[in-house]
Design a protein around this ligand. Structure first.
Ligand SMILES: Nc1ncnc2c1ncn2[C@@H]1O[C@H](COP(=O)(O)OP(=O)(O)O)[C@@H](O)[C@H]1O
Ligand SMILES: [Mg+2]
Length: 224
């Protein structure tokens, strides 16, 4: 089944969103406002414990705000810090297949698998057992899984935290390419605590004291 959102531009909007965990820090997220209305590579930087993962959970609806409104009009895919917590199947093809979830012919399935592996720089990896992949290749497989299920907005929660520098750069470049593809641009929101990653983004904001700063150009970004 074709997803109805496939060709729509995703919109995400927070209006005065506040959230705290029961018994946790009061107003971990506090009167947070922001919006994303166009495709691109968006990055949010924040210190450990500043609420970055919580912020993503509010976007994808895993948790609900205590106050304010979240409007997520997008077909959201997730990429977590540790791909081993996300990948379920023994090889690339079967992992992609369980994410496909569409009633299409074998021929179309094969074409899609080839296409998404190519998009993440893993052409020819279809039969590779997952345990033979590097951390960066596993992360790129999880991105391919989001693509094959027609996600138009990918949330990445510190996806390079466990990677060496070469793999880190490949994953960054993969998202950069996908978000700047003029024919079918993707939106990606990348969470990081690594300052050096910001240069890849189209826009950068800081999560601090529960709120998100305004979007800034990476070259003009300053910590609050
Ligand atoms: N499920 C939970 N229940 C209670 N407290 C939580 C839960 N998840 C996270 N926290 C707390 O909320 C704060 C922010 O966590 P998190 O959003 O994971 O921050 P970050 O991703 O920026 O490191 C931390 O103090 C953390 O211990
Ligand atoms: Mg986190």
């Amino acid at each position: 089944m074709q997803n109805i959102l496939e060709n729509e531009i995703p919109h995400i909007k927070f209006k005065d969103v506040s959230f705290s965990y029961p018994g946790g820090k009061e107003d971990l997220i506090f009167k947070c406002n922001f919006s994303i209305k166009k495709p691109g590579f968006w990055m949010v930087i924040g210190k450990n414990g500043s609420g970055k993962s919580t912020f993503l959970k509010l976007i994808n609806g895993i948790i609900k705000p205590k106050n304010g409104f979240v409007n997520s009009k997008a077909n959201i895919g997730m990429v977590f810090q540790n791909p081993d917590h996300q990948i379920l199947m023994p090889n690339c093809r079967t992992e992609l297949l369980i994410n496909l979830n569409q009633n299409i012919s074998q021929n179309e399935i094969n074409k899609k698998i080839e296409y998404v592996l190519d998009q993440v720089g893993m052409t020819g990896f279809e039969k590779r057992p997952v345990h033979t992949l590097s951390g960066g290749q596993k992360q790129r497989l999880t991105i391919a899984c989001a693509l094959i299920s027609n996600r138009n907005f990918i949330l990445l929660d510190e996806p390079t935290a466990l990677l060496d520098q070469t793999s880190q750069l490949k994953v960054l470049q993969t998202i950069k390419n996908l978000t700047s593809d003029k024919s079918k641009p993707l939106s990606a929101l990348w969470i990081t605590h690594r300052y050096e990653e910001l240069t890849y983004a189209d826009a950068v904001a800081e999560l601090k004291n529960g709120s998100l700063s305004i979007w800034q150009k990476p070259s003009e970004f300053k910590y609050n």
